[in-house]
Design a protein around this ligand. Structure first.
Ligand code: F6R
Length: 608
């Protein structure tokens, strides 16, 4: 979703802004622009399409000299992706320029009011009202104008604002949209996320909702919504620039798939010590745990599918009923939730608008919330009663891979930890589960090493219009995510089906050469799923089976096979999904798709 970045210091601003915007490309965008202030003048450059077009148009920023500026990548909400609708937007007198991430919900009424007051609009965006409001309230005091304009806004916004009359300072405002400040030496920054700043500084301040800040080259002053100066802690981030770069891989997605053994190890090992699960960051009393009579997991997209796998494990180990709900539906379902419900919220970015809304709804009904989140200091992490981070490092590719598998790992840790506290598993089961959990990074590495044929399989299957992913029980939960991976990056229609449901309708769609990816890694389900394979083969399907290597019967049944090592079904999803992430990746590559930035998708979906 939209990304914003800003800089002031001793260097030329434009190249730094362009570089920051490139790092934000992964969030998804359709146009981009920068504004640089120089000699009481604001120069603006905007383009539709890629940042590379903006680099070309500005000669890598050299055509916009000046030491202070703001930049933006736009993901369409209001108005088509055109140069005019791209940010920054300027006031009618040309004194102010604004970049905005979020949605101004009351923009229609503000627009009418501003038009009545003689302001004219260039764009169809909601953002343009912000810059005209600032002009309307400006009587020589930049800070006051920003405060007065912000008071009029409803919705979500992270704003960066510059003023030609005051070329030494930038104001930024945050309300329900991510915004961080970067502290440098003789230079300061802001951005919608750390990846845009990590090349310049590791000292970060997280702005909270309702706060705003004045940024000059030598100082950052933060204010509360009443304009009172406040002090905030500077946090040191541990990500380095390599973590946010491709490191020799053709795509971030491939790099992130390959990083999974390491990401899982990093998520797990600090929490597994001396044969015990330690969740020091989770301060749940035994009495509270015993009082939980229902767990609801909520999330969107892949995180929701991680929840579907997590349900199996938590329910089986803890013997507590678990319900998995799409966040975008949960809040409208009048959920039966009270103080005995634990809400588990899964989110890589920690900023997904639907997930935040569902979480607030459940909190208002009395549920305690446990967030499983990757981005430190994100909105969901802050809103939750308890937060367990998935230490996956920055995930840049829009399609999640290590974000999803590390969410699974944290749910497994939680399930084993809670099952022991609730005395639902024996000491020996506990010990065994921990040993199996510890072996996952090695098993995933084996999957990565033992399937060199996946690029060849992609060549065989990439030209299909449609694919079906089938499986039962734990395999079905993984099939849901596998089909999403395939469709979002290769644009091939891919559907996941509980294998037992085929006969209730879908089998009518299986015809000659239709690819069916059959997940068959749950030993208890093997016979039944293999019967389903016989049925689809009888209708001419080409079957690619994913199974454990001991399943020797599969060789005579399936057309192609992907082998994985045998693993406890309650912990198996991260092992089983990896070859299917690779399959989606190589199919998309065969089809020349923009793998890291699939069309119409955004990394962080901050609008509902
Ligand atoms: C798919 C994907 C999305 C996200 C979903 C939730 O590959 O990445 O489906 O899983 O948008 O995002 P987070 O986890 O950031 O809340």
């Amino acid at each position: 979703m939209c990304g914003i970045v800003g800089y002031t210091g001793t260097q030329d601003a434009a190249p730094i802004l362009l570089n920051g915007l490139k790092k934000l490309e992964y969030r998804g965008y359709d146009s981009a622009g920068i504004a640089v202030v120089n000699d009481n003048n604001i120069s603006i450059s905007k383009v539709t399409g890629r940042i590379s077009n903006l680099c070309e148009k500005t000669n890598d920023g050299q055509l916009l000299p000046g030491n202070l500026g703001i930049g933006h990548t736009r993901w369409v909400t209001h108005g088509a992706p055109t140069d005019t609708n791209a940010h920054p937007h300027t006031s009618n007198d040309g004194k102010f320029a604004v970049v905005h991430n979020g949605i101004i919900e009351n923009y229609m009424e503000l627009r009418e009011e501003l038009i009545d007051n003689g302001y004219h609009f260039e764009s169809q965006t909601d953002t343009e009202v912000v810059v005209h409001l600032i002009e309307m309230y400006y009587t020589g005091d930049f800070k006051l104008a920003v405060m007065k304009a912000s008071e009029r806004l409803q919705g979500s916004y992270a704003l960066g604002i510059v003023c030609a009359d005051e070329p030494e300072r930038i104001f930024v405002v945050r309300e329900a949209s991510p915004l961080i400040l970067g502290v440098g030496i003789g230079s300061n920054y802001f951005a919608s996320d750390v990846t845009a700043l990590v090349a310049y500084t590791k000292n970060i301040i997280y702005l909270e909702d309702g706060e705003f800040a004045e940024i000059t080259a030598d100082n950052i002053q933060i204010y509360d919504c009443a304009g009172k100066p406040i002090e905030k802690r500077t946090n040191r981030i541990t990500w380095d620039i390599q973590a946010a770069e491709r490191g020799g891989y053709e795509h971030f997605m491939l790099k992130e798939i390959m990083e999974q053994p390491r990401a899982i190890e990093a998520t797990m090992s600090p929490r597994l010590q001396n044969g015990e699960v330690h969740l020091d960051d989770l301060d749940l009393s035994d009495d509270y745990l015993k009082s939980i009579n229902k767990i609801v997991i909520t999330a969107c997209g892949s995180a929701y599918y991680a929840g579907c796998s997590g349900k199996n494990t938590i329910e089986k180990l803890c013997k507590i009923p678990v319900q998995v709900e799409l966040a975008s539906e949960l809040r409208y379902n009048e959920p039966l939730i009270d103080e005995h419900t634990l809400l588990i919220v899964l989110s890589q970015s920690g900023e997904t608008a639907d997930t935040i809304a569902a979480m607030k709804e459940c909190q208002s009904l009395g549920a305690k919330t446990l967030a499983i989140v990757n981005v430190v200091g994100s909105t969901i992490a802050k809103l939750a009663d308890y937060t367990l981070y998935t230490w996956a490092g920055p995930e840049i590719a829009v399609a999640t891979t290590k974000g999803y598998t590390t969410q699974l790992i944290v749910m497994y840790l939680f399930a084993i930890y809670a099952a022991k506290k609730l005395e639902k598993i024996s000491a020996s089961e506990y010990k065994e589960l921990i040993e199996e959990l510890k072996s996952l990074p090695k098993l995933i590495q084996q999957v990565l090493d033992m399937n060199p044929s996946i690029p060849e399989l992609a060549k065989k299957y990439h030209s299909s219009d449609s694919m079906f992913f089938i499986g039962r029980n734990t395999d079905y939960a993984v099939a849901l995510e596998a089909a999403l991976k395939m469709k979002e990056i290769s644009y091939i229609h891919a559907e996941s089906y509980a294998a037992g449901e085929l006969k209730h309708g879908t089998i009518a769609l299986i015809e000659e050469h239709c690819p069916v990816i059959a997940l068959c890694c749950n030993e208890k389900m093997t016979e039944k799923t293999m019967n389903n394979i016989v049925e689809v083969k009888a209708r001419g399907a080409e079957v690619l089976a994913v199974t454990f290597k001991e399943n020797t019967k599969m060789a005579s049944l399936a057309d192609d096979m992907i082998m994985i090592p045998k693993v406890n079904v309650l912990l198996g999803a991260p092992v089983e999904i990896v070859p299917l992430q690779l399959l989606a990746y190589y199919v998309a590559k065969e089809n020349n798709c923009d793998i890291d930035k699939p069309k119409n998708l955004a990394k962080s979906v901050t609008v509902e």
